[in-house]
Design a protein around this ligand. Sequence first.
Ligand SMILES: Cc1cc2nc3c(=O)[nH]c(=O)nc-3n(C[C@H](O)[C@H](O)[C@H](O)COP(=O)(O)OP(=O)(O)OC[C@H]3O[C@@H](n4cnc5c(N)ncnc54)[C@H](O)[C@@H]3O)c2cc1C
Length: 624
Amino acid sequence: MYPSYDVIVIGGGHAGCEAAHAAATLGSSVLLITMNMQTIAQMSCNPAMGGVAKGQIVREIDALGGMSGIVTDKSMIQFRMLNRSKGPAMWSPRAQSDRMVFAQEWRDTLEANLNVDIWQEMATEIVMEGDKITGVKTSLGVVFNTKSVVLTNGTFLNGLIHIGEKQFGGGRSGEHAAKGLTEQLVGLGFEAGRMKTGTPPRVDGRSLNWEKMQEQAGDENPEKFSYSDTTTTLTKQRSCFITYTSNAVHDVLKTGFDRSPMFNGRIQGLGPRYCPSIEDKINRFAERDRHQIFVEPEGWNTCEMYINGFSTSLPEDVQYKALRKIEGFENAKMFRPGYAIEYDFFPPTQLKSTLETKLVENLYFAGQINGTTGYEEAASQGLMAGINAHNKIKEKEAFILKRSEAYIGVLIDDLINKGTDEPYRMFTSRAEYRILLRQDNADIRLTQLGYDLGLASQDRFNAVEKKKKEIDNVVETLKETSIKVNHANPLLNERELQPLSQGIKANQFIKRPHVDINLTMEANPSLKEAFNGYGEKALEEAEILLKYENYIEKEQKLAEKLTTLESYKIPEGFDFKSITALSSESREKMTKVAPLTLGQASRISGVTPADVTILMVYLDKQKV
Ligand SMILES: Cc1cc2nc3c(=O)[nH]c(=O)nc-3n(C[C@H](O)[C@H](O)[C@H](O)COP(=O)(O)OP(=O)(O)OC[C@H]3O[C@@H](n4cnc5c(N)ncnc54)[C@H](O)[C@@H]3O)c2cc1C
């Protein structure tokens, strides 16, 4: 009676939306089953996208043809490029979004895609015939037939919310927990665990004294996330504000510690070390007499404020009292208390690099259920799972990104090989090739791949090809152009920079500290003419390539070296247990992860370089 689908995506969060959009855009018929259509792409916590390493991920999603960047641009109320004072590998775009507009934009995006159907209900079971997926069953008993399933349940699987001593089932504040799926999957042989996370209270901005806080405005020249020209840049922005806790705030918070689920051991599961609750911060950093708080607006037209840095599961009366001790919060009114939530996740070592499970063919896991935290991490996994679910049923090649190609590659490689014992969030330090994986060049790294898949549009492809040409021209022209002393030195003196003692080529001139492409063009106006009409981003990119040429080359060489191990294939189903020269720990871990290349095997935690050599020798012998 109901149509059957190529792909069913369970869960309309950040992972589910990208998965549904990707598979449908590639041509699969997709059903998105989600518990509440009103909360599609709900930002459960902070209404912000991007930030350090996460901003790079959003740009990568965009370059591949995903939608998180465009949706962010359309809902943005403030943009900042973080870490501008550091090297370009660290520059990270971050946007504050209007929470409601963000969700609406995602819903509009999905509704505009005629290959996506939506069904609002709880999915309770994956229907199998033998070991083959045939459908998904819902709580009403409706069965939809499908060839593959992408599971993206977020924090909803057996979710349990804690506020002080109170606890109740829920996937997010005001939403039901999802039941049934974990139990079925564990029955099928999957390993499941518990994790936890928390969110701060939201307060009424009308009750705050802004005079007592420090304003943090957006960038003077705000950028966008997307490389496409589907949106325009912001012409007005909303500011955030900074204030601090104090010993008085801490003293009030401490009065609730004996009723806090964080301290009386009632919350199970592993929490995010990098995003601790305020009670955790006071406890762990007892020597500090204040912690920074960012007061962030939740949208264009709302007075609701997100109190970043004040995540808590203390009793609501303690939260309220403590808030009012914060500078500027003396008369604060609370809209919603903060809370903690614990939920089921599936250790991601049970996945292949396509995010397909090893145990059940055509079943994919993406997002928070893989032990990650963050919208960006979730969205990127959804994108990859959606692409791979489509590719597999259409008998196309698996789509896997290398560690040297994308943060998304690093994320998935870390998850499937190392697993995670706390909610995994991305950091620049997790990427060994972070000088290659910059936010500015994600389109150059990935758009061709997205275009070849059929996900990135012709317009995007043309735009990146034009940018590449312009960059090449700028680099080549600078190499051939001289900068004369009498032109450059007045400009350098004006800026109190070291003068030239003799003329140099422009590509050397630009490498000097505090010299950028604009100053270089001023030092030889013929360059301005040569680059007339070129995109600002192409000029900036050329500057980065020349300024950091040596570092970039060094990393490129390292990445090429690694490719040798990466291209060393291990046959699927290989019997690692048969190599007795390996330690039993390594045999066990390799059997569990089932790496498909020597590179992948080398990254399994506990596997030594000696093990890799033994494996290589063994594989070589088999080839003979
Ligand atoms: C309280 C809280 C605090 C958080 N704090 C932070 C933080 O500080 N920093 C950070 O980076 N991230 C934080 N997060 C995490 C962030 O919200 C998630 O990482 C991100 O939303 C995960 O995206 P997702 O798509 O995997 O799941 P979600 O966004 O949770 O979406 C899951 C979707 O699946 C649907 N669903 C679930 N089960 C079913 C089912 N059986 N049938 C149908 N539909 C179903 C739900 O309705 C929902 O729409 C927090 C989350 C919560 C809840």
